[in-house]
Design a protein around this ligand. Structure first.
Ligand code: PMP
Length: 422
């Protein structure tokens, strides 16, 4: 499993950090689900293209033409990475949140949207804006105790009421679990509804194919896909995107403007007003190409092995409980959340950082309804892995937690403004 970590170096994988006793250790980044470090290939590509920096789609100069060609090639690469169909359109956005807000803005007025109650807020709140002048109507469907029962509840709801769109997470940012997308698509399409997938946690961890899955829209983030912040994508069916309300009004999104009327471009330009994030798109495309060149299944095998090692280690520790939504879900991606009985998750996370140089996340992970469902409204701790994670990092987390539960709670830390303090 550590072969992938050796094969795909990331920037900052050897960063040393100070511990509370004054010593230094190599940082163990177990927070890939929040933001994954940039791949070395991505960093190199950014350095290569920075001198070509110029405005796209506007200038006749040589650098503008090169930049435009690189930007449009990046769009193609991003579309290819998610195996877009011939007539799909790829829009470069800022991140998953941006992509889903954009999609929420083009669902035809008056149509119904169905969302599950386990979603990240990015796939919940854009659909819930009740003052939304665009006028779609959203229902939140509580998931059931098993995957099988959840699919039945979904089918029953879709049979009862006509929906235009079902929007689901491709993998939970809390537990790594997912519904089988092929079944969701089958059920939704049979009822005449489209399917959008929040791919923020799915796309960086597994291959994804719009063409094979039948999913209608996929949204994902560059900064979770081993590229820097600021670029993401929405890829999917052209019709709503071609005719829906432009996401941003401004230059580049229009064909002709008079003082009394505006003729908008079709997608993707329609939703990309203003100077786009050219370098971000190129960086994301480079990450896509690097990941796509990995042997099939290598990344999934790497993450599955690390996750299994972590679960096995955590389950040995008294009071440590790994959260699951369903007992019958498919193999989760490399994200898991746990609680330590009687312990404040923020303090545990602070201890891991301060005494062991381990980076995890604590809190409610922008998924408050799901945390409530999991009985962890006070928060929990999340560890997540990716290409650069080694088994040594996973073992360090388990060893550190073992020391913590054996020695009892620390009282010498507090979390101030998100950082640990003694
Ligand atoms: N959906 C899921 C499942 C996520 O994990 C995240 C990021 N935590 C988002 C959406 C939002 O991603 P971004 O912050 O890049 O918009």
């Amino acid at each position: 499993s550590d072969e992938v970590a050796a094969l795909l170096p990331v920037v900052g994988g050897d960063t040393t950090v100070p511990l509370v006793d004054g010593s230094q250790v190599v940082y163990a980044n177990l927070d890939y689900a929040a933001s994954a470090p940039a791949l070395r290939t991505v960093a190199d590509r950014v350095t290569e293209v920075l001198p070509l920096y110029a405005s796209v789609h506007r200038g006749a100069g040589y650098l503008s033409q090169v930049s435009t060609a690189l930007y449009e090639a990046a769009r193609q690469t991003i579309a290819r990475f998610v195996d877009a169909r011939e007539d799909d359109v790829a829009i470069v956005t800022r991140n998953t949140t941006d992509s889903l807000n954009l999609l929420a803005g083009v669902v035809p007025a008056g149509e119904r949207v169905l969302v599950l109650d386990l979603e990240h807020h990015a796939n919940l709140l854009p659909w819930l804006q009740s003052s939304d002048p665009r006028g779609h109507r959203t229902t939140i469907l509580p998931v059931a105790a098993t995957v099988a029962a959840t699919l039945e509840v979904l089918a029953a709801e879709l049979a009862r009421t006509p929906y235009a769109l079902v929007t689901v997470s491709g993998a939970s940012n809390v537990t790594g679990e997912s519904l089988p997308l092929d079944r969701v698509v089958e059920i939704a399409h049979a009822a005449g509804a489209r399917v959008a997938v929040d791919g923020a946690q799915l796309v960086p961890h597994r291959g994804f194919s719009l063409a094979r899955s039948g999913v209608d829209y996929i949204a994902f983030s560059g900064h979770k896909t081993y590229a820097p912040f600021g670029a993401g994508a929405l890829v999917g069916r052209r019709d709503w995107l071609d005719t829906g309300t432009p996401y941003l009004a401004g230059g580049g999104a229009v064909r002709d403007v008079r003082t009394d009327r505006t003729v908008w471009q079709p997608a993707p330009a329609r939703h990309e007003a203003g100077s786009p994030n050219v370098v971000g798109a190129i960086a994301l495309a480079e990450a896509c190409d690097t990941l796509a060149a990995l042997p099939a299944g290598a990344l999934e095998a790497h993450e599955t092995a690390l996750r299994a090692r972590l679960v096995a280690g955590l389950e040995q520790l008294p009071g440590v409980q790994v959260a699951r939504i369903w007992p019958d879900s498919d193999e989760p991606v490399g994200v898991l959340t746990f609680t330590v009985a009687g312990e404040n998750p923020g303090l545990v996370a602070a201890y891991l950082a301060a005494e062991h140089g381990i980076g995890v996340r604590d809190g409610r992970f922008c998924a408050h309804p799901l945390l409530a469902r999991l009985g962890a409204s006070e928060g929990a701790i999340r560890a997540s892995v990716g290409v650069g994670t080694t088994s040594e990092a996973v073992d360090r987390l388990v060893d550190a937690l073992r020391q913590y539960v054996e020695q009892g709670a620390r009282s010498s830390y507090e979390v101030v403004d998100g950082c640990w303090a003694v």
